[in-house]
Design a protein around this ligand. Structure first.
Ligand code: PLP
Length: 486
C-alpha cells in the first residue's frame, strides 16, 4: 500500500487557510480562556495545503471498495446504490446545521419529517406505530425484545424463553441474550423454512416470542406464516419479524398483515443510506396496537393549534420502556430514507422489490450449474450457494473464492452465513444493478469455478491485484489495535 500517513506528508509551515488581519486589538489567550484550559504546547496536527489534503483522501478512497465503484453483492446487507439526492436533502442547511437541543418552535420541519417518515413506515409494513430511535437493526431487535418483555410483565407473565429460527442472523440470539432471555433454536426443514414439528415441540408456556426472518436468510419466503401465526399467538406468545429483508416485500406484502406484533426495519439497507464499516444506521421498530404504549420516548406527535398543524415531542408515556438512544436517533439517515420513499412513491417501492427479486433469480439461474444450491427453489431478493463442490473436488474453499472475486474487481458476497449452509456464499444483487453488471459478475463467478478445476493455485493465492493481499480476517477483531507506531 503506497499511501503515506497524513502525518508523514506534513511539512512544517504549510497551511490550507489564510485569515484576514485582525481588525480588533489582539489580546493574549490567557485573558480570554482560563489558563488551566490552555494547551502547554501546540497540537501536533499535520500541516498541509488544501490541495494535498484533498488528494490524500481521494487516493485513500480509491484504495477502498464501495458501491459507487461497482456491484456489491453482500447478501443480507442490501448494498444498493444510494441515490445522491438523499445526500442533497440531508445537506440542506435547515437539516445539516440543526442542533438536537433546539427548541420545538424552531425544529418544526425536522419533527414533521420524523412524524411523516414514521407514518410511511407504518403503512409500508402494516404496523400500528413506529419508533425511529434505534441506531441499527440489532439495536432495533433489542428495542423490540424489551417491548415484548414489558408486554408480558404487564400481563404478569414470567416467560423467559425466546425462540429463534436457526437460519437467523447472529444478532437475533445476541439480542435475545442481551434482553435477558434464554434463546432456544428452532430448526429449518429441508426446504429452508421453519420446521413446523420442531416449532410445535418447543412452543411451551415459557416462550415469550418467536423471532423469524421473512424472507429468511436463504432468500426463501416463509409460506407457512398463517399456520405459524396461529400456533404462536395461540400459545400466548408474540411474533417478532427481523425486517432486514424488507427489500423483497415492499408494496407486495406486509409483516403486519402476516400477524407480526413487532419488527425492525433497516433504513440503511432497504431505504438507501450509505452503510458499512459500522454505521451510521437506523433501525426503527414497528409494533401492533397492543405494544404501542410501550414504545421508547420521546414520541413525535402531531397536533392542531390555532388552526395550524404543529409537532411536539412527548416524553410523558407512563408505560414506556424508556429511551433507547440519546436525542432522536440517527437523524441524517432518517432524512435519507424519507427522501428515498418520497422520490419513489408507492409504485416505485413495489418496483424496487420486484426488480430485486427478478435480479436475484436471474443471477441464480446463471450460476446454478456451477455451484451447489442447497435449497433449489425460486428465491426472493437473495440466494445462498454452497462452495462444497469446489472444496471437495479441488480443495478450494469459499473463503478462497471470495478472495479471488476481489481480483476480478468485485466485493465478495457474504460468506459462511447462514450457518445452516456449509461453505455458504450468500448473494444479494439488489435492484439497482443492470443486466450487464449481473452478467459480468456471473461471468466472473463462472470463471472462478473453472479456475478451481484447472488452476486452483490462482485462487489459493488470491488476491493479487488489491492494495493489500491476504489478510488475517480474525486478527483485526480479536486484537483491536488501530494505533500507528510512530
Ligand atoms: C443486517 C441484518 C441485521 C442487523 O442489522 P444491523 O443494522 O447490521 O445491526 C439483522 N438481521 C438480518 C437478517 C440482517 O441482514
Amino acid at each position: 500500500m503506497k499511501e503515506q500517513l497524513i502525518f508523514d506528508l506534513s511539512r512544517s509551515g504549510r497551511k490550507g487557510y489564510c485569515l484576514s488581519p485582525l481588525d480588533i486589538p489582539e489580546r493574549p489567550a490567557e485573558e480570554l480562556v482560563p489558563s488551566q484550559f490552555l494547551r502547554k504546547a501546540p497540537a501536533e496536527l499535520p500541516e498541509m495545503p488544501e490541495s494535498e489534503v484533498v488528494r490524500h483522501f481521494v487516493r485513500l478512497s480509491n484504495l477502498n471498495y464501495h458501491v459507487d465503484k461497482n456491484m456489491y453483492p453482500l447478501g443480507s446487507c442490501t448494498m444498493k446504490y444510494n441515490p445522491k439526492i438523499n445526500d442533497y436533502t440531508c445537506d440542506l442547511p435547515g437539516f445539516a446545521s440543526m442542533h438536537p437541543l433546539q427548541p420545538e418552535s424552531t425544529s418544526q420541519g425536522a419533527l414533521q419529517l420524523m412524524h411523516e417518515l414514521a407514518e410511511m413506515l407504518k403503512e409500508i409494513a402494516g404496523m400500528a406505530a413506529v419508533t425511529l430511535q434505534p441506531a441499527a437493526g440489532a439495536h432495533g431487535e433489542l428495542t423490540g425484545i424489551l417491548l415484548i418483555k414489558k408486554y408480558h410483565e404487564k400481563l404478569g407473565n414470567s416467560r423467559h424463553k425466546l425462540l429463534v429460527v436457526d437460519s437467523a442472523h447472529g444478532t437475533n440470539p445476541a439480542s435475545a441474550a442481551l434482553g435477558g432471555y434464554e434463546c432456544v433454536s428452532v430448526k429449518c426443514d429441508e426446504s429452508g423454512c421453519t420446521d413446523m414439528a420442531d416449532l410445535r415441540s418447543k412452543l411451551d408456556g415459557e416462550v415469550a416470542a418467536l423471532m423469524l426472518t421473512n424472507p429468511n436468510t436463504v432468500g426463501i419466503f416463509e409460506k407457512q406464516m398463517p399456520e405459524i401465526e396461529k400456533l404462536v399467538h395461540g400459545n400466548g406468545s408474540l411474533l417478532y419479524m427481523d425486517g432486514a429483508n424488507m427489500n423483497a416485500l415492499l408494496g407486495i406484502t406486509r409483516p403486519g398483515d402476516m400477524g407480526f406484533d413487532v419488527m425492525h426495519y433497516n433504513l440503511h439497507k432497504t431505504f438507501s443510506a450509505p452503510h458499512g464499516g459500522g454505521g451510521p444506521g437506523s433501525g426503527p421498530v414497528g409494533v401492533s396496537e397492543r405494544l404501542a404504549e410501550f414504545l421508547p420516548v420521546p414520541v413525535v406527535e402531531k397536533y392542531e393549534e390555532a388552526g395550524e398543524t404543529r409537532y411536539r415531542l412527548n416524553s410523558g408515556k407512563p408505560d414506556t420502556i424508556g429511551r433507547m438512544m440519546n436525542f432522536y436517533g440517527n437523524f441524517s439517515v432518517l432524512v435519507r430514507a424519507y427522501t428515498y420513499i418520497r422520490m419513489l412513491g408507492a409504485e416505485g417501492l413495489r418496483r424496487v422489490s420486484e426488480n430485486a427479486i427478478i435480479n436475484a433469480n436471474y443471477l441464480l439461474q446463471r450460476l446454478v450449474g456451477h455451484y451447489a444450491l442447497p435449497y433449489p427453489r425460486p428465491v426472493m431478493h437473495e440466494f445462498c450457494l454452497s462452495g462444497d463442490r469446489q472444496k471437495k473436488e479441488h480443495g478450494v474453499r469459499t473463503l478462497d473464492i471470495a478472495k479471488r472475486l476481489l481480483d476480478y474487481g468485485y466485493h465478495a458476497p457474504t460468506v459462511y452465513f447462514p450457518l445452516i449452509v456449509s461453505e455458504a456464499l450468500m448473494i444479494e444483487p439488489t435492484e439497482t444493478e443492470a443486466k450487464e453488471t449481473l452478467d459480468a459478475f456471473a461471468d466472473a463467478m463462472i470463471s472462478i469455478a473453472e479456475e478451481a478445476a484447472n488452476t486452483p493455485e490462482l485462487i489459493l493465492s488470491a488476491p493479487q491485484t488489491t492494495p493489500v493481499k491476504r489478510l488475517d480476517e480474525a486478527q483485526a477483531s480479536r486484537q483491536l489495535n488501530i494505533c500507528c507506531p510512530l
